[in-house]
Design a protein around this ligand. Structure first.
Ligand code: ZN
Length: 484
C-alpha cells in the first residue's frame, strides 16, 4: 500500500482475520459492553413464546416484566466467545443514538445514596428509564415488539423501582441493564433468541448502507468494489482523527478524514478492535492509559506465521491468574523467536466514546524490546535492589517515580503522566532520554517531599525508586551510543 507507513493498520487487519470466528456469522461484529461488573437482568414475559420457535417473523407479544435479578457479568457456562454472543452487543454508531443493537444499556457506577440512584434511574431528565424507553421503542417501531409493549415494560419497571435500586447498589461495580426473555423462569439472553438477532442484522445493514453510497466504489483498504461502506472512525473512534500531523503517521489517506472501508473489511476491523482492547492492551503501566501492543509478523512461511498466532492464542487462553503480562510474555526468550516480528505501540486514553491517541510508535523490533529488558535486568542486578527483572516492572517504575513527585494538584498529575508517556515512548523508539530533565524535576521537589505529611515517611522508597530509574535510563542512553 504505497510508501506510507501502514504497518499498524495491516497488523490490526491481520489480528481481525486471525482471531475471527470460524463458526458464527455474527460474532465478529460483536464487542463486550464492559470488561467486568454486574448485570441487572430484566425478564420479559411473552405470551407467544411457543410459536416464536416456529414462526420467526412474528413480533413479540410482551405482557410485562416478570422478574428482575442481578448477576456477575459474563457469569454462567460457556467460553468467552459464546458468552459474547449472548449479549449481542455492539456500540451504537454515535453518542446520541437512542437505539441499541441489543436491548442492553450501560449504567454508571451507583452512588452510596439510594435516593441519588433513584433520580439517576427514574428522574425526569436524561434518566436511564428515558433511555430504556427510547431503546425499547425502536424494537416496537421496527415491528419486533407488538404495539404497546414498551409502555407495559416501562410501567412495570417504575412499579419495581425498589427492586431495581436493590440490584443497583454496589458502588464499586460497573453495571449494565439487559432485557431477555423469561422461559419458565430461565433468563434467555438476547443473543439466544432469533427475534433479537434479526433486529441486530437489520440495524447493521442500515448502518452500513447509511454510509455514502453513490453507485459502486472501491474500498480504501482492500481495493475491492462494494456497495456499502463505513468510515474508518466507526471502528476506531480516534478523537485525533483530523490532526494532520498525527494520522499520516499511519496513512496519508487519513488526513482528509474520509477513509471508507467495505463491509467485509469492516467486519474484520470490528473484530480486531474487540480483540485488541481485551487482549493486546496493557492497562497496568500508566494509570488511565491503555497501551496497545500490536504484533506484526514477517515471514513467507505460512506454517511459521500460523504457529506464531497459535502461540499467542495459547497465551490468551491460559488462566488469567497465572498469566504473565503481555510485555513479559513477548520478552521471554522462549516465545516468539523463530521469526521476524515487530510490535506497534499505541498509547490511548478512552474519553467517553472517543479514543485519544497520545503516542504511536510503529515498527519496534522484538530485539529492541528484549534489549530493554536486558538493560533493566542488568540494572536491577548491579544495584542489588529487590526489583524483579521484568520489562513491565521497568515501565511501571518510570510511571511510579514520576507519579510520586505529584504533591497535590491534578494538573501536576497530568504533567507527570505525560512525562511518563514521553519517556516510555522514547525508550521504545530508541531515542535518547533527557535524564537531566528528570533529575531536575526530582531535585526541585526534594524539600517539598520531605515536608509533605503523606510523602515524608515514604521518602526513602521514592529516592530508591528514582535512583534505580536514573541508573536504568543512563545505561539505556549509553546503549544507544554503543557503549554497552
Ligand atoms: Zn475492503
Amino acid at each position: 500500500m504505497g510508501d506510507d507507513s501502514v504497518g499498524l493498520i495491516d497488523a490490526l487487519y491481520t489480528i481481525g482475520k486471525e482471531f475471527s470466528s470460524k463458526t458464527s456469522e455474527i460474532a465478529d461484529y460483536l464487542s463486550l459492553p464492559m470488561q467486568n461488573g454486574k448485570e441487572i437482568r430484566v425478564y420479559l414475559s411473552i405470551s407467544n413464546i411457543e410459536d416464536l420457535n416456529s414462526v420467526e417473523d412474528k413480533p413479540l407479544q410482551i405482557l410485562g416484566v416478570s422478574k428482575i435479578d442481578v448477576a456477575d457479568f459474563l457469569s454462567g457456562i460457556g467460553n468467552d466467545e459464546e458468552k459474547k454472543e449472548r449479549y449481542l452487543h455492539k456500540d451504537p454508531p454515535g453518542a446520541n443514538t437512542s437505539w441499541r443493537y441489543s436491548p442492553l444499556l450501560r449504567l454508571g457506577k451507583p452512588k452510596v445514596d439510594r435516593e441519588k440512584n433513584r433520580i439517576a434511574f427514574f428522574g425526569e431528565e436524561n434518566s436511564y428509564i428515558e433511555k430504556i424507553k427510547n431503546m425499547l421503542y425502536d424494537f416496537e417501531r421496527m415491528k419486533y415488539f407488538e404495539k404497546g409493549s414498551t409502555e407495559k415494560v416501562i410501567n412495570d419497571l417504575i412499579e419495581k423501582a425498589d427492586r431495581i435500586l436493590e440490584c443497583y447498589s454496589d458502588k464499586n461495580s460497573s453495571y449494565i441493564i439487559i432485557f431477555g426473555i423469561d422461559r419458565d423462569g430461565e433468563f434467555i439472553y438476547p443473543g439466544e433468541f432469533a427475534t433479537f438477532r434479526r433486529y441486530f442484522f437489520e440495524k447493521l445493514k442500515g448502518s452500513l448502507s447509511a454510509a455514502q453510497n453513490d453507485g459502486k466504489k472501491r474500498c480504501n483498504y482492500c481495493g475491492e468494489e462494494a456497495k456499502s461502506f463505513v468510515n474508518f472512525d466507526e471502528i476506531f473512534p480516534f478523537a485525533t482523527f483530523d490532526k494532520p500531523n498525527f494520522l499520516p503517521a499511519i496513512n496519508r489517506n487519513f488526513s482528509n478524514k474520509v477513509y471508507m472501508i467495505c463491509d467485509k473489511c469492516y467486519k474484520v476491523f470490528q473484530n480486531s478492535t474487540t480483540y485488541v482492547q481485551s487482549h493486546f492492551t496493557d492497562k497496568s503501566i500508566i494509570y488511565g492509559i491503555q497501551i496497545w501492543v500490536i504484533p506484526e509478523f514477517f515471514t513467507v512461511d505460512e506454517n511459521t506465521f500460523d504457529r506464531s498466532f497459535r502461540e499467542l492464542k495459547d497465551y490468551f487462553l491460559t488462566d488469567k491468574s497465572s498469566k504473565e503480562e503481555l510485555l513479559d510474555y513477548i520478552t521471554d526468550e522462549s516465545t516468539i523467536e523463530e521469526f521476524t516480528s515487530v510490535f506497534h505501540f499505541v498509547f490511548v486514553e478512552q474519553n467517553q466514546a472517543q479514543l485519544i491517541i497520545h503516542r504511536m510508535i510503529e515498527d519496534v523490533p522484538i530485539t529492541r524490546i528484549r534489549k530493554l529488558k536486558g538493560i533493566w535486568k542488568y540494572t536491577v542486578n548491579t544495584l542489588g535492589y529487590s526489583f524483579d527483572e521484568k520489562l513491565s516492572t521497568a515501565l511501571k517504575t518510570v510511571y511510579r517515580v514520576l507519579n510520586n513527585l505529584v504533591l497535590k494538584e491534578e494538573s501536576e498529575a497530568k504533567v507527570m503522566r505525560d512525562l511518563a508517556v514521553n519517556t516510555i515512548s522514547q525508550i521504545l523508539s530508541a531515542e535518547m532520554v533527557d535524564t537531566s530533565l528528570l533529575k531536575r524535576e526530582f531535585v526541585s521537589r526534594i524539600s517539598k517531599l520531605m515536608n509533605n505529611d503523606q510523602k515524608k515517611s515514604q521518602f526513602n522508597f521514592i529516592l530508591n525508586d528514582f535512583l534505580v530509574l536514573n541508573e536504568f535510563l543512563s545505561k539505556y542512553n549509553s546503549s544507544l551510543e554503543g557503549l554497552i
